[in-house]
Structures are given as C-alpha cells and as structure tokens.
Design a protein around this ligand. Structure first.
Ligand code: NAP
Ligand code: MG
Length: 415
C-alpha cells in the first residue's frame, strides 16, 4: 500500500507476557505484522514460556503479576500448564502451577469471557445478536472442597469450632445405613465481595446489564450469602457513590435471579449482558456459551482485579497439535483472532487510562480490520464450516495476517 504512517506513541508500558507453542509463534507474527509497523510499542516483557518459568523456579510468573499491579494493564499469550507428560517433554524441575492460577491469586481477580461477534458466523441460538459475557467466580466451592467416601454405615456431621476451640455448631449431614459419599465446601465473604465489585465495575466499563444467578431457594444459607453480598455491595457507597447510582446514570440494570431462570432467559434473549456465575456454573456455562457462539478461537478473556487491574488473553490454549505440525515445517491455519483481541483490549485500556485517543482508535481499527477480513470470507481452517460468507478463502495464519494488515492500512489511511 505504501502509505507512510507515523507510529503511535505510548506513554506507559504494557506488561507483555509471552507464552508457549503455537500461540508463541502467532504472538511474534502478530507483533511483526499488525502492531510494530504502527505502534511504537512500549512493553515490559516477561517470558512466561515453560523453559523460562522452569529456569526461574516460576519467579517470572510472580514478577509479571506484580508488574500488572504496578502498571495496571497486561497482555498474556497462552501458556502450558504442566502435567506429567509436559514435565518429561520439557525436562522440568517440577510440575509448576498454572500461570493463570498464580496471576489470578496475586491479583485477586475475576475472569470475564466474551465471544468476538462477526456477521458471517451465526450463533447456534438464532436470537443471539450481541455478545454474552460470562464472569466466573474463581475461588472456592467444589474447587476447594473436602470429600469423603463412607465405606459403610455411620454418621456424618458438620462441625464448626471457633478459634478458642469452642464448638459453635454441630449438624447431622446424614446417618448412613450403607455406603455413600460426602462433600464439604466453603467460600469467603471477602472473596465474594471482590467478585461482586469486579462484576459491577466491569458491567459499568462495558455499559451492559449485570445478571447474577445462584440457587438460593435450595441453598438457603450458602447461596443466599452470595445473593446478600451482591446486594450489599450494590447499594453501599464507595467514595460517595453507590454502584446502584452509577448503574442508573449509565442506564444499565442489575438483577439477581435463579440459575435455571437465567438459563431460560439467556436462550430467549438477544445477548448483550454480563452473566455473573458461581465457580462451577461459570466453568460449565462459559464452555456452553463459547461453543454456541461458534469457536474457541473467537473467545477472549480478561482478568479484572477489584482495584482495577486488567489482564487480557485468549481463552484457548497453546494449540499444541498445530505446533507439532509447525515444527515439521508445515504451515498451519491457526486462528489468531483471540490473541489479537487480547492485544487490542490491552492497548485500548492503556489508551483510555493514559488519555491516548490515537491508541484507542488504533485498537478499534485493528479489530474492525480483523472482523471485516473474516466477513469477506478470508478465514482460517477452524472457521471453514462455521462461516456463511458467500466466497470462502481458507488461508494459513501468515496469509491471514497479511490480508488483515493490508485492510488495516486501508482503514488507517481513511480520514
Ligand atoms: P487448546 O490449545 O485450546 O487447543 C485445543 C484444540 O482446539 C486445538 O487442537 C484446535 O483444534 C482448537 N483450537 C484452539 N485454539 C485454536 C486456534 N486459535 N485456532 C484454531 N484452532 C484452535 O487446548 P489443549 O490442546 O487442551 O491445550 C494445549 C496446552 O494449552 C496445554 O498445555 C494447556 O495446559 C494449555 N492451556 C493454556 C491456557 C491458557 O494459557 N490460558 C488455556 C487452556 C489450555 P484442532 O486440533 O482440531 O484444529
Ligand atoms: Mg471448563
């Protein structure tokens, strides 16, 4: 195209976290093709690739999380969460924890997942027109439960003892006549409160309604606590103004209802809301919503801390199978959309915080370039069966990025 474009300057760095396998290859391609030619990219770079995590005894992951706290915005490439196979494959010192888990616990954040909507890919649910964003509480419930298998008759009790060792409560769970199973789980008011704050803040940031669901008709203490804390946080004043007042000004609504009621309403809705889910509900519902919108490769994810730090990433993993093909010298048709949208999300947020409208504008145009490229029928292989574009041209990742960069240049040249 040959249009000479002045590179956009950045004031404050982004925390850049590199990753593993195919997404690491895409990461570099995306930077080289779509970012570095246009933005004077300022990042503080952390290599969260498995080798570097192993070399640093995973200190690098903690450092990256601290950097996000310092600067407020980070962008992360997908990373390997090691299992036994990976320990062998990479000759690791130990089975390091999931980097996402580590970062989440340092930032005390909530994960929001949102599908990227394009015209030529129709959701399986005909009425859905706008994205459904899912917020999943990331602490406790069955993910930190205690379980027991009773091998024969006996009595199970739920006992609470205070710090002085005084028994405060004792309830019979079940008098077993034969074999059975027992589970105990917990949550913390503090964690639920952080979750609520993150959800209210994110709904305001996106200017969309917030729906929160649980099953408090059955769980009259446990789930009722979630409902009550959400209600308190909504009406409490922080710095002189409550979320309720802020919601009214923004023209958005908050409502609480039962999980089964929400499921029925979501299916009949046109989308466009934030659905806050308890840990297990969020695990299940985010995969349901992602699949119903089309493709895992089109799902973005952002971790928001209650004090307003943002970490953007793709929802999918490192696309291991494609990486092995890449290593054999094959060109792969891996979809870079969600990784690009992690970058645009982070650049836009940085732009908003630093009052850098050029950067916000660039992020908008890059997203438009990607969406319009897909709508023209230029797609990666995963979208072949999903796309309803009249003429489909299935290309490899490199070609797709090239087409998109050409279109981006056109958009940037427009006044
Ligand atoms: P995955 O990387 O998400 O890939 C699963 C399959 O989904 C791929 O084999 C591919 O299907 C398809 N796919 C996913 N992303 C795609 C894309 N961008 N373009 C085209 N197709 C895409 O999950 P995984 O294979 O279970 O996990 C691989 C590694 O990623 C694991 O080590 C896991 O620990 C890690 N992981 C990391 C994160 C994270 O960092 N947030 C999240 C999940 C998993 P086809 O092979 O059929 O084409
Ligand atoms: Mg899951």
């Amino acid at each position: 195209m040959g249009v000479k474009i002045m590179k956009i300057k950045m004031k404050v760095p982004l925390v850049e976290m590199d990753g593993d396998e195919m997404t690491r290859i895409l990461w570099k391609m995306i930077k080289d093709t779509l970012l570095l030619p246009y933005v004077d990219l300022k990042t503080e770079y952390y290599d969260l690739g498995i080798k570097e995590r192993d070399n640093t005894d995973d200190q690098i992951t903690k450092d990256a999380a601290e950097a996000i706290k310092k600067y407020g915005v980070g962008v992360k490439c997908a990373t390997i969460t090691p299992n036994a196979d990976r320990v062998k494959e990479y000759n690791l010192k130990q089975m390091w924890k999931s980097p996402n888990g580590t970062i989440r616990s340092i930032l005390d954040g909530t994960v929001f997942r949102e599908p990227i909507i394009v015209n030529t890919i129709k959701p399986y649910v005909k009425t859905w027109k706008k994205p459904i964003v899912i917020a999943r509480h990331a602490y406790g419930d069955i993910y930190k439960d205690v379980e027991y298998k009773a091998e024969g008759p006996g009595k199970a009790e739920l006992v609470f003892t205070d710090n002085q060792g005084k028994e405060i409560s004792r309830q019979c769970i079940q008098e077993f006549k034969g074999k059975g199973v027992i589970m105990a789980m917990h949550n913390l008011d503090k964690s639920i409160e952080s979750f609520a704050k993150s959800c209210f803040s994110y709904a305001l940031h996106k200017k969309i309604d917030l729906w929160f669901s649980s099953k408090d008709t059955i769980s009259k203490t446990y789930d009722a606590e979630f409902r009550e804390i959400f209600n308190e946080v909504y009406h409490k004043e922080y710095d002189g103004e409550s979320y309720a007042e802020k919601f009214e000004k923004a023209g958005i609504a908050y409502f609480y209802t039962l999980i089964d009621d929400v499921v029925a309403r979501i299916i009949k809705s046109e989308g466009g809301m934030l659905w806050a889910c308890k840990n297990y509900d969020g695990d299940v519902m985010s995969d349901l919503v992602a699949s119903a919108f089309g493709s895992l490769a089109m799902m973005t994810s952002v971790l928001v801390s209650p004090n307003g730090c943002y970490e953007y990433e793709a929802s999918h993993g490192t696309v291991q199978k494609h990486y092995y093909k890449h290593l054999k010298g094959e060109k792969t048709s891996t979809n870079p959309m969600a990784t690009i949208f992690a970058w645009t999300g982070a650049l836009r947020k940085r732009g908003e915080l630093d009052e850098n409208s050029e950067l916000v504008n660039f992020a908008d145009k890059l997203e438009t370039a990607c969406i319009e490229t897909i709508d023209k029928g230029i797609i990666t292989k995963d979208l072949e069966i999903l796309s309803e574009a009249p003429h489909k041209n299935v290309v490899n990742s490199e070609e797709w990025l090239h087409y998109t960069s050409n279109h981006l240049e056109e958009l940037l040249a427009e006044k």
